[in-house]
Design a protein around this ligand. Structure first.
Ligand code: GDP
Ligand code: MG
Length: 166
């Protein structure tokens, strides 16, 4: 049995960086520039002995301010409906933003399994953001650095029980 994990969150928090690390191939573009990646991208993830499908949500980077929230909402809902579990990612260096709060609200309503990742958490500069993430009401934040490959053991520990469930 296996499961599908959707990585969701606002642009630039590091979703594609984690996707690339899990899939191990450059299937998703990682870019600081707007308008590069689109829609949903699927890959076969490996994490220790776990094998699962991972969905990277993109397609938000080229939205204008007016359309961004609506597009985020629709795309996130699509990804959530395809997935058994969602990894909601925030940027621990920035802390929790109003858009993060909007995502958390969607996910609290929509998905049974939501995990919270506070990314870019390498170093002490992220400590305040990680603590702030508790306030989203989605449980204990997984302290991650997708770029440096830190925190993957904690991600594994939260995902491993799902491998038996699905
Ligand atoms: P996405 O828009 O959520 O898919 O974010 P990306 O994966 O494209 O990453 C956005 C930016 O954040 C890029 O410049 C990444 O190199 C950077 N980034 C991703 N993960 C980390 C991390 O763990 N630490 C730091 N400091 N930067 C990161
Ligand atoms: Mg991306």
């Amino acid at each position: 049995m296996s499961f599908t994990l959707a990585i969701v969150g606002r642009p630039n928090v590091g979703k594609s960086t984690l996707f690339n690390r899990l899939v191990g191939k450059r299937l998703a573009l990682v870019d600081d520039q707007p308008g590069v990646t689109r829609d949903l991208r699927e890959g076969e993830a490996r994490l220790g002995d776990l094998r699962f499908t991972v969905i990277d949500t993109a397609g938000l980077e080229d939205a204008t301010d007016d359309s961004l929230q609506g597009r985020m909402r629709r795309l996130t809902e699509r990804a959530v409906d395809m997935a058994d579990v969602c990894l909601f990612m925030i940027d621990a260096r920035t802390g929790v933003t109003p858009i993060d709060e909007m995502f958390a609200e969607i996910l609290r309503k929509r998905s049974a399994h939501v995990m919270l990742a506070a990314n870019k958490a390498e170093g002490a500069a992220a400590d305040a953001g990680v603590i702030e993430a508790w306030g989203l009401g989605l449980g204990e934040p997984i302290r991650l650095s997708a770029e440096h490959g830190e925190g993957l053991n904690d991600l594994y520990a939260q995902l491993q029980p799902l491998a038996d469930e699905f």
